[in-house]
Write a protein of this length. Structure first.
Length: 114
């Protein structure tokens, strides 16, 4: 399928389709393929950004004054949660990465202790 672009004709004051030349179509297809090939890298960046936000939010739970007053069970929960976050993206299933980036409640995210 040949692509096109919309061009405004200043004489008729209307938009019209101008179909790509074969060179333009080849360049467009190459650019599209390159963009699609980079999707997984962009998804991993998004995953790391969200992971880092969650680590920052959880920093307050491990401050010395709070940590000292926690039960050992709570310390274990917070330690496990934070380690699970740090292990991302290595532990994320490939098929879940994009879903995790766009769904902040995705089941693959480690559960924050209450």
């Amino acid at each position: 399928m040949v692509g096109y672009r919309i061009v405004h004709d200043t004489q008729t004051k209307k938009d019209k389709k101008v179909y790509h030349t074969s060179e333009e179509q080849t360049a467009f297809e190459k650019q599209t393929a390159n963009w699609e090939a980079g999707q997984s890298a962009r998804d991993l960046i998004g995953l790391r950004e969200e992971r880092d936000k969650r680590l920052v939010v959880s920093d307050s739970a491990v401050l010395p004054d709070r940590w000292e007053t926690m039960s050992q069970a709570d310390k274990n929960k917070w330690s496990l949660y934070r380690q699970s976050l740090r292990d991302l993206p290595a532990t994320a299933l490939t098929q879940d990465v994009q879903s995790m980036v766009y769904d902040k409640n995705h089941a693959s995210w480690p559960k924050k202790p209450s």
